[in-house]
Structure formats: structure tokens, C-alpha cells
Design a binder for this molecule. Structure first.
Ligand code: PMP
Length: 353
């Protein structure tokens, strides 16, 4: 199932094993994890088990370093709102980019994929592990500069490629990128959790108000355990699929790969000259394949992506950008057919112009 789905960077399907783990907490395990009675204690225990599973996935030293949130968007907004002076890389997801602009924070300079570290002493620098649009990777600690703390958005890396949080103070991620449910994620804090951003009750040690999403958190924990167990096999498969599609593209003229060769094998960003990316997405959809023209969060916007612009792509390449993102449900046979459909679609759309 879902073998024709190539938009795994936007979201992944819920793993049936994760659904099984969640179901009891959608039925009789409905207790409020902060209640003192038995149903409450049962929910609390499930949440703490999930916290341990998530901590294991990112190799956190202690489960208390994990605070559950509604997802990476919230975690990213939280961290930026917890500091006065910060700089972010020009490639960040809109959930860092937009608040950074609103808060008047600095956007670091870049030359292609090379980011220039901040020279001044500031509270925080934020550099993502893997870019969601092009798959480029950065080693965040190298870019820390003189910042007091370093944050990394690891949403596209966690559960997919090995993660090293050494030298990183804060990290954001979401469960639905590794076959968990949507609307649940976490902020990892190495030494001290930032002051609460969402104020409310005493949940999450007072760091994040709001009744805990117990089924979601249980699902995130189950997904984390599976992702850790299967990481290597999935990584090898994604690497194979990506190179297979790239090989098929040799036959295609006027195409470029965005984001360099050393990125995450899960993401392949391409630009075709003389084509609108959206038209290609629609043609591929007609053929039963789900790909995207960029980040799902901005796929309805007509503005060119700030990430591709930061990479220095000219308007002719910006227009024709698409993203193929691989996942557990894809296989070699299907990827071969998908690449063939892509080449045919490109030819067809180009003829229409
Ligand atoms: N950061 C990155 C790198 C992402 O890819 C995404 C999801 N597109 C997010 C943050 C936001 O995640 P969510 O929508 O689950 O909050």
C-alpha cells in the first residue's frame, strides 16, 4: 500500500503497528495523564514510556530532556520566542523563518550551501539537520559561532538518518515524519528546558500547558522505537531508490538536482527547465503518483521558495522545481515505474508549452 506515494517529507502514513499501540488510549485508556486516579495513572505511565522511547531514538541521556508539544512548528516557535537575540540559517523551515522575521531575528548569509556563522555574541543560533525541500545536510555545531545556545530542527533527520545531538542544546521534531500520528512532536533540551511558551496547567513539569495528547504521544513513542530498529534498512533502501531515479534521469535534458550530492537520500529535489513544477505534480497525480512542488506547508503559495532562492536558483529553475521524497512504502519496481512516468510527464508538459 502507498507504494506510489513519494511525498514522505510532507508526511508519512501511520504505521499499522503504531495504530495498534494507540488504539487502547483512544478507547478505555482515556484518562487525563495528570489525574491522580487509576485511569490517570495509567495514562501517565504510558506517556512516560513514550518519553523514554523518544529519548532513545535521539540518544538523549535522560527522558526528562524530552518535552512533548503539538509538533515541530510549536517547538520551533517556542525556542525562538525564548530568546532575545538569535540568528537562523537561510534554509530553515517556515516555522522558524516566519517567526524569525516577525521577531526581527537575524537570517545568516550563505554562499550556495555554505552558511556563514554569526560573529557576534548572541543567545541562539538555529541550523537545521536536513532541509525539507532539497535534503541538504548541515553539521549544526560547526555553525554555532559565538552563540550561547544552539538549536537544530531535526524533523527531516530523526528516525531517518543517524543523529548526533552532541553539541546541540535544543532540537525540534514531529512524529508524523517517521510514521507516527500528526499533531504531536517534541522539543529536546540538553541542559534546561526553556521557559513555558504555551501557558496553562502544570503539565510537562510546567513547561508546556495543555492536557496531554496521550494517544498521540503513545503513537510517537511506538513510532520512535520502530524507527530506531529499522533505521539502517530504511536508509539503505532510500539510498538505492534515489540513485535509481537519478540514473533514469540521465535520459532527460535541461534538468538539475537541487541541494548538492551529499544530502539525505530520502529527498530528491529537481528542477526542469521550461516547466511549471505544479503542472508536473498534477500530471504525476493523474498517473497515480504523489510528488510535490516543494514544502507542503507552502504548496498553495505562489511565492517562490525562500530555500531555493537562498540556493541561488534563477527564476527559470525556481518555477520548474519538484520534490520526490522516499519512504518505507516505496520499492525498486515502483520507483522504476515512477521515474518512467516522470520522464514521460516532463516530455508531455514541455510539448504543451
Ligand atoms: N521543520 C521541518 C524541517 C519540516 O519539514 C516540518 C514539516 N514540514 C516542520 C518543521 C513542521 O512540522 P509540523 O507541521 O509537524 O509542525
Amino acid at each position: 500500500m502507498y507504494e506510489r506515494y513519494y511525498d514522505n517529507a510532507a508526511t508519512t502514513p501511520l504505521d499499522p503497528r503504531v495504530l495498534e499501540a494507540m488504539l487502547p488510549y483512544l478507547r478505555d485508556g482515556f484518562g487525563n495523564a495528570n489525574s491522580l486516579h487509576e485511569p490517570g495513572r495509567r495514562a501517565h505511565e504510558a506517556v512516560e514510556e513514550a518519553r523514554q522511547q523518544v529519548a532513545n531514538l535521539v540518544s538523549a541521556e535522560d527522558p526528562s530532556q524530552i518535552t512533548f508539544t503539538s509538533g515541530a512548528t510549536e517547538s520551533n516557535n517556542w525556542i525562538l520566542n525564548s530568546v532575545k537575540t538569535a540568528a537562523i540559517s537561510p534554509f530553515e523551515h517556515s516555522s522558524l523563518y516566519e517567526p524569525a522575521k516577525k521577531l526581527g531575528l537575524n537570517i545568516l548569509h550563505n554562499d550556495g550551501l555554505n552558511i556563514t556563522p554569526e560573529s557576534g555574541i548572541i543567545d541562539l543560533v538555529s541550523v537545521m539537520a536536513v532541509n525539507n525541500e532539497v535534503g541538504a545536510k548541515w553539521v549544526a555545531p560547526i555553525l554555532r559561532g559565538n552563540a550561547v545556545a544552539l538549536h537544530s530542527d531535526i524533523t527531516q533527520a530523526v528516525g531517518k538518518i543517524p543523529i548526533d545531538l552532541d553539541g546541540i542544546d535544543f532540537a525540534s521534531f514531529s512524529a508524523h515524519k517517521f510514521y507516527g500520528p500528526k499533531g504531536v512532536g517534541a522539543l529536546y533540551s540538553r541542559a534546561s528546558t526553556p521557559e513555558a511558551f504555551i501557558l496553562g496547567g502544570e503539565q510537562e513539569m510546567g513547561y508546556r500547558g495543555g492536557t496531554l495528547n496521550v494517544p498521540g504521544i503513545v503513537g510517537m513513542g511506538a513510532a520512535a522505537e520502530i524507527a530506531a530498529d529499522e533505521l539502517q534498512a530504511n536508509l539503505e533502501m532510500a539510498t538505492k531508490l534515489r540513485s535509481q531515479v537519478l540514473e533514469a534521469l540521465i535520459q532527460c535534458k535541461d534538468v538539475r538536482v537541487n541541494g548538492g550530492d551529499n544530502g539525505s537520500p530520502y529527498i530528491l529535489s529537481l528542477s526542469f527547465l521550461g516547466i511549471e513544477g505544479e503542472t508536473l505534480v498534477i500530471e504525476m497525480d493523474r498517473r497515480g503518483y504523489s510528488i510535490s512542488s516543494g514544502a507542503a506547508c507552502s504548496s498553495r503559495s505562489t511565492e517562490p521558495s525562500h530555500v531555493l532562492k537562498a540556493l541561488g536558483l534563477g527564476p527559470e529553475w525556481l518555477r520548474g522545481a519538484i520534490r520526490i521524497s522516499f519512504g518505507r512504502c516505496n520499492n525498486c519496481d515502483n520507483a522504476r515505474n515512477m521515474a518512467k512516468a516522470l520522464l514521460e510527464s516532463v516530455e508531455m508538459v514541455r510539448k504543451m508549452h
